[in-house]
Design a protein around this ligand. Structure first.
Ligand code: SAM
Ligand code: DTB
Ligand code: SF4
Length: 323
């Protein structure tokens, strides 16, 4: 059996080596990833994040996959920001249902100082006080703003690279790949854990997927959390009629991510609703150790908590307990 040598040091990684991973027979790649997973993680433990959209729709950015872009005519309407009270109520419910992290998302291009940002800081303080891990995803961010979030008790900032550098401009024109990298740098400088991953199914090539993992794995330090999303096609967006991603592609990407980022928590993210339990089981075997829980992602549906509980039971998986 041939084994692809990957340098564990982010500095030594090459794009060719990442492409070679994608060229390996799927079950060999899965087996290799499963071995790496067991060296660094308890394979029975799954981190469970609950999402909430604290500001839905009306986003000025033109990300071609997103239901919330004002450039697309979708069923998602622009709404006012949620109150701190309603957000904390949702956090308490998420905690009672078994989530260990609460992730608050806003359809913003960037963070702006003012009433909305002050409210987000209050949300972070409140969620932290409940004993949940805190995560926000608010678009681009300056270092001073990242520092204020850190001081409020923020554990993770989610900001995905989404796809390969060479393909990014095909999907989004209102900001660029280096803007994403810059925000991740500001998050890191403030001492906040980095949550960054991507989406499959945007019409990207295998090479673009390899580029995405190459960029993520080359961040130094590597991200602590890596969400791998399958496109949820949204009617009215430029990518609304794209075919759904085959489970085998999610599996290969998760396995490659596990090998390249051995210590990261890899999240099997959007798109689980289209995957069988068997396909999800293979992803957990290959090193996925996080999911979004709750019946709603941001604007689209997620599997029912009861079906996730049944799947965990069958597979002998346990949610992380905190608080
Ligand atoms: N506005 C912020 C930003 O762009 O970073 C935060 C919210 S945005 C909705 C967060 C992430 O959700 C995106 O980077 C993308 O990875 C994911 N996402 C959005 N729409 C999606 C879809 N239709 N299918 C799968 N993932 C999606
Ligand atoms: C991430 O990587 N996936 C989440 C979270 N980070 C913010 C968002 C998924 C969104 C799926 C489409 C929707 O519900 O609007
Ligand atoms: Fe706005 Fe984020 Fe959606 Fe892009 S992905 S349109 S920045 S909410």
């Amino acid at each position: 059996m041939t084994t692809t040598q990957i340098s564990p040091a982010p500095g030594g990684l090459t794009l060719d080596a990442v492409e070679a991973l994608f060229g390996r027979p799927l079950l060999e790649l899965t087996f290799e990833a499963a071995k790496v997973h067991r060296l660094h993680h308890d394979p029975r433990e799954v981190q469970c994040s609950q999402l909430i959209s604290i500001k839905t729709g009306g986003c000025p950015e033109d990300c071609g996959y997103c239901s919330q872009s004002a450039h697309s005519k979708t069923a998602t309407r622009s709404e006012d920001r949620l109150s701190v009270k309603a957000t904390l109520e949702a956090a308490r419910n998420a905690q009672a249902a078994g989530a260990d992290r609460f992730c608050m998302g806003a359809a913003w291009r960037e963070v702006r100082e003012g009433e909305d940002f002050e409210a987000v800081l209050d949300m972070v303080r409140g969620v932290k006080e409940l004993g949940l891990e805190t995560c926000v995803t608010l678009g681009m961010l300056k270092e001073s703003q990242a520092q204020r979030l850190k001081d409020a008790g923020l554990d993770y900032y989610n900001h995905n690279l989404d796809t390969g550098r060479s393909y990014y401009g095909e999907v989004v024109s209102t900001h660029d790949f280096d803007d994403r990298i810059e925000t991740l740098g500001n998050v890191r400088s403030a001492g906040i854990h980095v949550c960054s991953g991507g989406i499959l199914g945007l019409g990207e090539s295998m090479q673009a997927r390899a580029e995405l993992l190459f960029e993520l794995a080359s961040l130094d330090p590597q991200p602590e959390s890596v969400p791998i999303n399958a496109l949820v096609p949204i009617e009215g967006t430029p990518l609304g009629s794209d075919p759904t991603v085959d489970w085998s592609e999610m599996l290969a990407t998760i396995a490659a991510a596990r090998i390249l980022m051995p210590r990261a928590v890899i999240r099997l993210s959007a798109g689980r609703g289209e995957m069988s339990e068997e396909a999800q089981a293979l992803c957990f075997l290959a090193g996925a150790n996080s999911i979004f829980v709750g019946d709603q992602l941001l604007t689209t549906a997620n599997p029912q908590p009861s079906s996730d509980a049944a799947m965990f039971q069958k597979l002998g998986l346990n949610p992380v307990r905190r608080g």
